[in-house]
Write a protein that binds this ligand. Structure first.
Ligand code: PLP
Length: 478
């Protein structure tokens, strides 16, 4: 309900000022103006509603008399701090609802970074997505222009469109060496939904899970909301140490382990083959399922692709998650899980309850795109561009921060994990950096390590990478 949609009606029995007072009270109750927020100025509201300013003044007086608003000299009309609990008006206490829902919100720092990264002039090393010039826009346009949409428009199979699942089965076989059938695949709204479904359907509150430290930020509230106990596996130069998993299991009876073994978010590390085999052997020996979160394998800059855990999985202990986010477009929201059929059916049943299955339109585009020869041409170009961005970032770090940072050059993916050698306050540095026009993710929001920064190089334009690091260096040097 906005002012644009509502106007008072002239009536003998219901004065304009009263209509406006009730209307604003409804907007306040609906949470549009939380406690402590400012109502529009009298002049602004009068203009919007096309009434005299004196009518709005009278309406605000009415709200004041009812204790709904306060008047503060010089700062206008403010919603009362205790309005949310006011029994007289029987207003729901929205703030309490908002704070007490079982699904946890993002960390305030993450929300702040997200907001800053959208500012026009800021150079964005924070967002984990491709820059617009790397999306396969031309290919999508040509699919939309040349091919006839011929799909069923009713509710889809809860596992997702069959043609897309067939195409994904072929794609993972060709590009990742993974054997899958359409019935072992579930289409999800990105990897994010896959993670959510797995946590909700296969685990229960109190279960112990092992996660990487540091790890992908957006998975943390999902684990916490589900009441899981998370135990940390430190990520070293080559990923996690399998012995740490054994130790954690002995102590806490780990029920599931979440790994991003290739070009890990945020450290950029890639786990060598022998370590992969060890993890798989352990997983089979201890009976712990491994969730392999794999958005980055195809973004290898070395010309060779590391084998996914799933492609080496001889005992069926790996549930594999991937998506088109980092290799095509985040906005498409196409991801998938590959796993044993009973698991996939359980997850599909939950997905059906949540959203009645995926929308056919992104599925259709994704299927045409993945099945077309343009897909591998796009991937080649994308990898070349990302490699150039990585090189520009490395050059800039060496030029502007030599001797005061330390990092390993990632062999693929989109993240570079940078250790700050100079003593700094992480939050103050972020604030300073934003003031200088650059944003990134401080390491501390992704795990226990302090004094690290994640620079993501996919989003910033090539021409601005050097300026971004220069701005960071100014903030860091102080
Ligand atoms: C490791 C990892 N997993 C999952 C995701 C979620 O991606 P999406 O849901 O867009 O596929 C990301 C995105 O940054 C990621 O880095």
């Amino acid at each position: 309900m906005t002012a644009m949609e509502w106007n008072p009606i002239r009536s003998k029995d219901y004065p304009l000022y009263k209509q406006i007072a009730d209307y604003m009270a409804r907007r306040i109750a609906a949470g549009e103006f939380p406690a402590g927020s400012h109502l529009p100025s009298e002049r602004t509201l009068a203009k919007e509603l096309q009434v005299n300013r004196s009518t709005v003044v009278a309406a605000y007086e009415e709200l004041y008399a009812a204790g709904i608003v306060e008047k503060r000299k010089g700062s206008g009309t403010i919603v009362s701090a205790d309005i949310w609990g006011m029994p007289r008006k029987r207003l729901p206490n929205w703030r309490r609802y908002v704070e007490q829902g079982s699904f946890l919100p993002n960390l305030p720092l993450i929300r702040h970074i997200q907001k800053e990264s959208k500012e026009a002039d800021i150079i964005d090393f924070a967002s984990g997505e491709l820059s617009p010039d790397l999306f396969p826009l031309e290919q999508f346009r040509s699919i939309l222009a040349q091919q006839t949409f011929d799909c069923h428009l009713g509710y889809e199979d809860p596992q997702g469109n069959l043609a897309l699942r067939e195409t994904i089965a072929r794609h993972v076989k060709t590009d990742k060496g993974i054997e899958a059938t359409p019935s072992s695949i579930l289409i999800t709204s990105g990897s994010q939904q896959a993670l959510h479904l797995i946590v909700q359907c296969l685990l229960k509150p109190g279960d112990a899970v092992a996660i990487e430290d540091p790890s992908y930020t957006y998975s943390l509230p999902i684990f916490q909301s589900a009441g899981l106990k998370t135990f940390l596996l430190p990520v070293g130069r080559t990923g996690i140490n399998p012995d740490d998993l054994t130790l954690l299991h002995q102590k806490h009876r780990i029920r599931m382990v979440f790994l991003n073994p290739t070009y890990q978010n945020p450290t950029g590390t890639a786990m060598p083959l022998e370590q992969r085999r060890k993890i798989l052997a352990l997983s089979a020996e201890l009976g712990i399922p491994v969730i392999e979160d794999d958005p980055y394998t195809l973004l290898s800059f070395t010309g060779e692709r590391l084998p996914t855990l799933k492609s080496l999985d001889r005992h069926g202990t790996v549930l594999y998650i991937s998506s088109l986010t980092k290799i095509a477009a985040s906005g498409l929201r196409i991801g998938w899980v590959i796993g044993p059929q009973p698991v996939i059916e359980r997850l599909a049943d939950a997905k059906q309850q949540i959203d009645f299955g995926h929308s056919i339109f992104p599925e259709w585009i994704a299927q045409r795109f993945l099945a077309s020869p343009e897909f591998s041409a796009h991937l080649d170009r994308l990898v070349g561009e990302l490699k150039q961005k990585r090189d520009l970032l490395v050059d800039s770090l060496e030029r502007h921060l030599s001797g005061i940072v330390e990092f390993h050059v990632p062999a693929g993916g989109i993240h570079l994990w940078c250790k700050l050698l100079k003593e700094t306050n992480d939050l103050q540095l972020l604030r300073e950096a934003i003031r200088h026009g650059v944003v990134y993710v401080p390491g501390r929001v992704m795990g226990t390590q302090q004094g690290f920064v994640r620079f993501t190089f996919a989003r910033a334009e090539k021409e601005r990478i050097d300026a971004g690091i220069r701005r960071f260096a100014e903030a860091y040097r102080g």
